[in-house]
Design a binder for this molecule. Structure first.
Ligand code: NAI
Length: 482
């Protein structure tokens, strides 16, 4: 770990490898690269100080360098302890013009395999801007909402000058979070209040982070405007679905190399992520079973040809279990006790509370063993072994490298346009949660057509008038579902 500069990554000597992969990724990210060209002169993010909390991968490196190309200053942390690609982090710290001996890149605080303490320290570093008026960013780019939560909880606790007793923490992670808050409030009693005062907005990447934002809006505690990037069509209907269709089986294969064909796989949840996961497992020849609580998604799954049933019905028969719900307590220790020998269990939802890892560890006589990083066996007293991927954290980023560049080019083009919206048009976005305007959503899709050889049909004016749209769009009403 290098402490000479304002960053912390695993190994700067990986920067050259990272740069090679970033260069390959740029070609696969036409959305981001054409945004760089389009805005090169205008520099819409000049003056923006963007704190990013998002998986520090090769694709994210292209996003970071796009924000910089548009004029922003950037500080970055990963939003998950296992998701950093160390070569990408090294390349970002070194920068395109630096060397490992003379790093000149972006302050990045991320490495694969952080402890929880380190994770929150990295988030704090990304939010701490030396030599600036408030000591903080004026924009946040978030994935899962942890950076946004740290600022909001900080402000809440600074109001009455104290943080709840660590003894009251709901989980180990919450305890670590409270510890960090206690320290920051002690060091600088108005740190987060000051930081929040200058933040123009946050753009949020994922379903789970968006839930948190709408909750704060409902409770009246939201401190600045937010754009829900997740619900851009070119995000959730692409990244969540086609991204997971690619990276779910990538993770299972790299972790276990077990033949998926012929196995029975249970996918919990048939939302956007579940739909992509189910399709990828079926593509490998698995028999896929879905569980759902929503009758609409359950019916969709049935119409798509999947068996839809409850966990109880299949718990002792299935070979692979994948949670995609964004909900908690989906697979409990008592369920795992009923599973077959060498069943594989993994989660692809944002947080690690879908699988009851704490309950599993408490089963009397159970023995955990590491096969390799992020792949563990859990041996029951009767000799049965279960294989758990990434300790219940999102396995596509823990066991593989997350989504590929082309799909992330869509999500990150949405992110970049959302950052420009909030930063340059504060008057149009009073505190609240917004989705990206549809013309920008359509623009992002348009930026990806050429690369795939897509030839779009142009509406004739009389056709446009007949269906009640402009020739250049938007083409659908806001409630259209795609
Ligand atoms: P979604 O809301 O579209 O789908 C979740 C589905 O789970 C819903 O249909 C819901 O009815 C169902 N569900 C809820 N509780 C359930 C239960 N107890 N049993 C069975 N089904 C249940 O959300 P989306 O977009 O599919 O995202 C799911 C999670 O994946 C979120 O945490 C999101 O942040 C995360 N995500 C992860 C990605 C990754 O790369 N690993 C990429 C995109 C999203």
């Amino acid at each position: 770990v290098d402490n000479r500069q304002d960053f912390k990554v695993a190994d700067l000597s990986l920067a050259e490898f990272g740069r090679k992969e970033i260069t390959l990724a740029e070609h696969e990210m036409p959305g981001l690269m054409s945004i760089r060209k389009e805005y090169a002169e205008a520099q819409p993010l000049a003056g923006a100080r963007v704190t990013g909390s998002l998986h520090m991968t090769v694709q994210t490196a292209v996003l970071i360098e796009t924000l910089v190309a548009l004029g922003a200053e950037v500080r970055w942390a990963s939003c998950n302890i296992f998701s950093t690609q160390d070569h990408a982090a090294a390349a970002i710290a070194v920068g395109p013009n630096g060397t490992p001996d003379n790093p000149q890149g972006v302050p990045v605080f991320a490495w694969k395999g952080e402890t929880l303490e380190e994770y929150w320290w990295c988030t704090e570093q990304a939010l701490t801007w030396p030599n600036t008026p408030t000591g903080g960013p004026n924009m946040i780019l978030d994935d899962g909402g942890d950076a946004t939560m740290l600022v909001h909880k900080g402000v809440e606790y600074e109001k009455d000058g104290k943080v709840p007793d660590i003894e009251t923490a709901e989980s180990e992670e919450h305890g670590v979070f409270l510890q960090l808050l206690t320290r920051t409030v002690a060091e600088s009693p108005q740190k987060w209040t000051q930081v929040a005062s200058e933040i123009r907005g946050v753009t949020e990447e994922t379903t789970t982070g968006v839930h948190r934002l709408y909750e704060m809006q409902r409770d009246g505690t939201l401190l600045f405007p937010a754009i829900n990037v997740n619900d851009a069509v070119t995000k959730s209907k692409f990244d969540n679905k086609y991204g997971c269709r690619h990276s779910l089986i990538d993770g299972i294969n790299r972790a276990t190399d077990v033949l998926i064909g012929g196995k029975t796989a249970v996918v919990f949840g048939y939302g956007d992520v579940g739909k992509g996961c189910a399709e990828s497992l079926r593509g490998q020849g698995a028999r896929v079973v879905i569980t759902e609580i929503d009758p609409i998604c359950a019916l969709q799954a049935a119409m798509d040809g999947y068996q839809v049933t409850t966990l109880d019905e299949v718990v002792d028969k299935a070979d692979i279990f994948i949670t995609t719900t964004g909900n908690k307590d989906i697979i409990m220790a008592s369920d795992m006790a009923k599973m077959k020998h060498q069943a594989i269990i993994g989660n692809i939802g944002h947080f690690d509370n879908e699988i009851d890892m704490a309950g599993l560890a408490k089963i009397p006589g159970i023995v955990k063993d590491e096969v390799k990083p992020q792949v563990h066996t859990w041996k029951f007293p009767d000799g049965k072994v279960l294989i758990v991927l990434s300790e219940g954290r999102l396995l596509n980023l823990g066991n593989a490298t997350g989504h590929p560049s082309f799909v992330m080019s869509n999500s990150f083009a949405d992110q970049t346009l959302a950052q420009i919206e909030l930063f340059t048009k504060p008057d149009e976005y009073p505190t609240g949660v917004y989705v990206l305007p549809k013309h920008l959503d359509e623009k992002v899709a348009r930026l990806h057509l050429d690369a795939l050889g897509v030839k779009l049909t142009t509406l004739r004016p009389e056709q446009a008038a007949y269906i009640g749209v402009e020739v250049e769009g938007p083409y659908k009403s806001d409630h259209y579902r795609y």
